[in-house]
Design a protein around this ligand. Structure first.
Ligand SMILES: NC(=O)C1=CN([C@@H]2O[C@H](COP(=O)(O)OP(=O)(O)OC[C@H]3O[C@@H](n4cnc5c(N)ncnc54)[C@H](OP(=O)(O)O)[C@@H]3O)[C@@H](O)[C@H]2O)[C@@H](O)CC1
Ligand SMILES: Nc1ncnc2c1ncn2[C@@H]1O[C@H](COP(=O)(O)OP(=O)(O)O)[C@@H](O)[C@H]1O
Ligand SMILES: [K+]
Length: 513
């Protein structure tokens, strides 16, 4: 699913109005009707008090128009206009008049007004600011927002939580509505998926307000949301006459005393996603452990017992996953530096390999094109330096990816894969995966997919999706706390199978049964 920017949404809005020869308040009416239908379907006329807080722009206009529909259907409403500016939008005013025609006078709230009482069993509709927010709200508006947040009532936000910037960092996090549900028009906003801003959104859904499909289809976006539909297009079926050589050879380089387990996880994950062959290259101490834990893989060892001191081997793998549990001893740094200077194979670079590179940025020049880097937030900071906010982080990673011609997997709750100017935002995964070794599994998954012939970008996008899905399937059985990295591996098969599951159809009862 494409994630349109606010600029693109405003443009789609203008094109739709022109093409369909409608006036802009008709588009607002569509939006309001969609909001109303969504609410009415769930509330079925229940007499719960609904407080609608509306700004004076088009987000507020949506709220005012929604209030009219709720009123017409007998809902118990109270309407407030958060009067933060004199510049009321045309469509807001049209809808205000329509409400006044029904003898409803909103409560106009100004800076020194008392805040209304809200019961925790009430519902709040948040239409104060939409995507037009362009500066931090005034202190009194922030106080209104905090009052709503403190009420414990269910908050339904129109388009975006008020106070949240759609495309840049929010300076004052106290001025943001904490939404239980966001009904977002036409596209979810990128801010919904980033760690600093995503925490303000519990759930979201997109309402299609029929913006020009032609424009939407043709328009390229900077970000895409990756769900099942998107990865199904990447899936490569197994061929009937295939043999193990068809699906490539993954080499996993890593491990040190006390961290051989990490290599076990990576190597096993590579096998479990279908790599034809997997070899692990580890210090001697890992030999028995790996051969015992994973009879399916082959093991090569360094001459040293506890750390890697030379990364030389005869075999020619299709892809190398490197860095897992490797440590950063002097000898290993030297061996890795030497390895990079002669290696031509594409790499999946993780953990200590990333840390070594961060300490010697000159090594970045030696990474083969289209290599995949999989940093967690701390590793990313070491690699690209600090950032002001999530949006700056993304901009920095894009620049980095372009400069070093690599793919960066920004790991987190919504892992984002970046290649050049484009970002792919993952939708699977859960907090149960914040556990030791889950990143090692991801490295194995991406390496194993790359070995089979997936392009590096597809291996990264598909790998991140499958890894998260395995976590979502596993957590159903383990619960969040008990999920461990091995559970992810065990559920990779189920994660593939889930791609082809047909959603259960609702049972329709026939009259004569
Ligand atoms: N195509 C679509 O998807 C459709 C979108 N629709 C809806 O429109 C919404 C966008 O509406 P919008 O452009 O009127 O902006 P909105 O967010 O209501 O803000 C109002 C104005 O406030 C101002 N302002 C900004 N920050 C401020 C601050 N801190 N303190 C005080 N003032 C501040 C700023 O004006 P300024 O003062 O800068 O001139 C801004 O213009 C969108 O989210 C959706 O709900 C639907 O109607 C159907 C079609
Ligand atoms: N809250 C979360 N929601 C979804 N996925 C998560 C969450 N926390 C961590 N993960 C995933 O788990 C993995 C953790 O990787 P990493 O921090 O490298 O772990 P480790 O170093 O222990 O292997 C990443 O793929 C990340 O996206
Ligand atoms: K809003």
């Amino acid at each position: 699913m494409k994630l349109y920017s606010t600029k693109q949404i405003y443009k789609a809005d203008q094109i739709s109005i022109k093409k369909e020869e409608i006036v802009s308040n008709e588009l607002m009416e569509r939006a309001a009707l969609q909001l109303f239908n969504w609410i009415h379907l769930r509330m079925q006329g229940a007499p719960v008090k609904i407080h609608l807080f509306c700004g004076i722009g088009n987000n507020g206009g949506d709220g005012i128009a929604l209030a009219r529909h709720l009123l017409d259907h007998g809902y118990n409403i109270a309407v407030y206009v958060v009067n933060y500016s004199e510049k009321r939008s045309k469509d807001f005013l049209i809808n205000l008049d329509r409400l006044k025609d029904r003898k409803v006078w909103p409560n106009f709230m100004d800076s020194d007004d008392e805040l209304p009482e809200i019961n925790k069993d009430d519902i709040i509709v948040d239409g104060i600011f939409g995507i037009g927010l362009n500066r931090t709200p005034d202190t009194w508006v922030t106080k209104v927002i905090q009052h709503l947040n403190a009420s414990q009532a269910f908050i339904l936000s129109i388009d975006i939580p008020s106070g949240l910037f759609a495309e840049r960092g929010t300076e004052d996090l106290n001025s943001v509505i904490r939404s239980n549900f966001v009904l977002s028009f036409q596209t979810p906003k990128l801010a919904f998926f980033l760690p600093e801003s995503g925490r303000f959104i519990e759930q979201w859904e997109v309402l299609d307000i029929g913006l020009d499909p032609d424009y939407l289809m043709k328009t390229e976006t900077d970000y895409e949301l990756i769900g099942k539909n998107e990865v199904l297009m990447l899936y490569r079926p197994r061929e009937k006459y295939a043999h193990k050589g068809t699906y490539g050879h993954s080499l996993i380089i890593g491990g040190s005393y006390g961290k051989i387990g990490a290599v076990c996880l990576t190597a096993k994950a590579a096998l479990k996603v279908g790599s034809g062959l997997v070899t692990a290259f580890v210090p001697k101490i890992g030999y028995t452990i790996l051969q015992t834990a994973l009879p399916e893989i082959m093991v090569l060892t360094d001459s040293e017992n506890e750390v890697l001191t030379s990364m030389q081997f005869e075999l020619v793998p299709n892809v190398i996953g490197i860095g897992i549990g490797m440590g950063t001893s002097e000898k290993t740094i030297t061996a890795f530096t030497k390895f990079l200077s002669s290696n031509k194979q594409p790499l999946v670079i993780d953990a200590d390999a990333l840390n070594i590179i961060s300490n010697n940025k000159g090594l970045l020049e030696q990474i083969p094109e289209e290599s995949i880097l999989t940093p967690h937030p701390k590793e990313l900071e070491r690699l690209i330096g600090k950032w002001e906010d999530d949006f700056e982080k993304l901009a920095k990673v894009k620049k980095f990816s372009k400069k070093y011609k690599c793919i960066v997997v920004i790991k987190g709750a919504h892992t984002i894969v970046i290649k050049n100017e484009k970002g792919y935002v993952n939708t699977t995964g859960n907090p149960g995966m914040a556990t030791a070794g889950s990143g090692d599994v991801l490295t194995g998954v991406i390496t194993g997919l790359k070995a089979q012939g997936y392009t590096p970008l597809h291996a990264a996008i598909f790998g991140v999706y499958l890894h998260g899905k395995a976590g979502d399937i596993a957590v159903e059985k383990t619960g969040f706390q008990s999920l461990i990295a091995s559970d992810l591996i065990e559920n990779l098969g189920a994660s593939f199978l889930d791609l082809f599951k047909i959603p259960e159809q609702p049972i329709v009862k026939q009259d004569n049964q």
